[in-house]
Design a binder for this molecule. Structure first.
Ligand SMILES: *[C@@H]1O[C@H](CO)[C@@H](O)[C@H](O)[C@H]1NC(C)=O
Ligand SMILES: *[C@@H]1O[C@H](CO)[C@@H](O)[C@H](O)[C@H]1NC(C)=O
Ligand SMILES: *[C@@H]1O[C@H](CO)[C@@H](O)[C@H](O)[C@H]1NC(C)=O
Ligand SMILES: *[C@@H]1O[C@H](CO)[C@@H](O)[C@H](O)[C@H]1NC(C)=O
Ligand SMILES: *[C@@H]1O[C@H](CO)[C@@H](O)[C@H](O)[C@H]1NC(C)=O
Length: 366
């Protein structure tokens, strides 16, 4: 199916199925990971009858606004010269929405050093990105082994041991592994760091499970080729007729104990940015960052970066897409693959794309 995505689903012009939004192809309405393929589409079709599609110009305007804000965020987290390009008042509004996990200036906490300074492997990654000349969608091929890895169904994680039919947390039921082990361990560490540090650093609760944090969407920013990831925590809050009346399909249903929590939702979009390097790939011009983008009501993130879809599903879900920050590279998934609730946790790491990808690294553009 087309156009499924990393998060909230909304019935848009594309199809009668509920879509969640994340990445774009032709016009930025496109897909990410899947999730909602088993949802009963009748409710969304009904919704469609009452929804009107925005006119193209409104839509374009909204996309332009989002991209401008995303660009400004990257500038503010870049060099001093870059940051100075952002209008001061805007910069202040944006900065007020940054909730840092670690910063080089405010923290001497050595545990965050792997984020703000550049470990050699991240330097290598940035260099590979800078040197990559093909279609960004295929960049990931240069990093992964060609063999497909089956991704288990997320069945069997109900507290009472019953199985959930076909809860697919990724768009495809397979992923890839990084060729370099150190890339894998770095990103696993990043997932774990987010969960561990969120309460103290940004004031949210993040769990590494199939309802909360299990994926991030990687991007390459066009101008600087800066590499980043938008992590989505709070992926499947429990349906609540009063506080969260958004149907997200089978993965959201029974067994879900993650109650909707406004604070956690506001802080669900977490931006990781690799340090910025100069053209030689040697000199670090700006540090790396890990920052939650606070999407609280009436803040600039909520107003200008969270997607404003017709049904307001994305607004309810505070969804931000990596497509606004750059080209989509692929998803990083860190999934607990145990199939029985009584088993010990069995976390596995997968690199995924949202559409079938050609497995030969030599194939470049589409
Ligand atoms: C550094 O972070 C760790 C968690 O990773 C925390 O336990 C520790 O208290 C922090 N140290 C300082 C000095 O803030
Ligand atoms: C790109 O690759 C070439 C050849 O491997 C290398 O000499 C050059 O340093 C690389 N550029 C960067 C920015 O890493
Ligand atoms: C999950 O459920 C589906 C359908 O019931 C079944 O085909 C699949 O084998 C199950 N997977 C696991 C890992 O239990
Ligand atoms: C919501 O989340 C915040 C931050 O994680 C937590 O402090 C608060 O207790 C939660 N609220 C409820 C009602 O659980
Ligand atoms: C969303 O867009 C509509 C127009 O399509 C506009 O009236 C509304 O104010 C927007 N909402 C937000 C929160 O930006």
């Amino acid at each position: 199916m087309i156009g499924i995505t990393g998060y909230f689903a909304f019935a848009f012009v594309l199809a009668s199925s509920i879509l969640s939004y994340s990445i774009s192809e032709a016009n930025s309405y496109s897909s990410s990971n899947v999730h909602l393929n088993t949802i009963d589409s009748s409710s969304s079709s009904d919704n469609n009858i009452y929804s009107s599609s925005p006119s193209l110009s409104d839509e374009e305007e909204e996309v332009a606004r989002r991209k401008t804000l995303a660009e400004n965020i990257l500038l503010l987290l870049g060099t001093e010269d870059q940051a100075a390009r952002v209008n001061a008042a805007t910069a202040e509004m944006i900065r007020s929405c940054f909730k840092y996990f670690v910063t080089p200036t405010s923290s001497n906490n050595v545990s965050g050093e792997f984020i703000w300074s550049a470990p050699p492997l991240i330097k290598d990654l940035a260099r590979e990105a800078a040197n990559y000349t093909g279609n960004p969608r295929n960049f990931i091929h240069s990093l992964v082994n060609p063999e497909k890895q089956n991704i288990p169904d997320a069945n069997g994680t109900w507290a009472d041991g019953r199985k959930i039919p076909h809860c697919t947390l990724t768009q495809l039921d397979y992923g890839y592994s990084f060729r370099r082990e150190d890339y894998t361990s770095y990103f696993i560490r990043l997932f774990q760091f987010i969960a561990e540090q969120a309460p103290a650093s940004v004031g949210s609760t993040v769990k590494l499970d199939r309802y909360d944090l299990f994926h991030g969407h990687m991007f390459l920013a066009p101008e600087t080729r800066r590499i980043g990831i938008i992590f989505h925590a709070q992926e499947y809050p429990k349906l609540n007729r009063r506080s969260f009346n958004v149907e997200l399909g089978v993965c959201q249903r029974d067994g879900n104990t993650m109650e909707y929590n406004q604070t956690n939702m506001n802080l669900r979009n977490i931006l990781w940015l690799a340090p910025l390097f100069d053209d030689t790939g040697e000199v670090e011009l700006a540090p790396g960052f890990l920052v939650a983008l606070d999407a609280r009501a009436r803040g600039i993130i909520y107003e200008d970066l969270v997607i404003n879809d017709t049904l307001q599903y994305q607004k309810k879900g505070m969804s931000i897409t990596n497509a606004d920050f750059g080209s989509d590279v692929g998803d990083l998934n860190y999934l607990n693959a145990k199939t029985n609730p009584n088993d010990v946790d069995d976390y596995k790491f997968y690199v995924c794309q949202r559409r079938p990808i050609r497995c030969s690294p030599s194939v470049t553009s589409e």
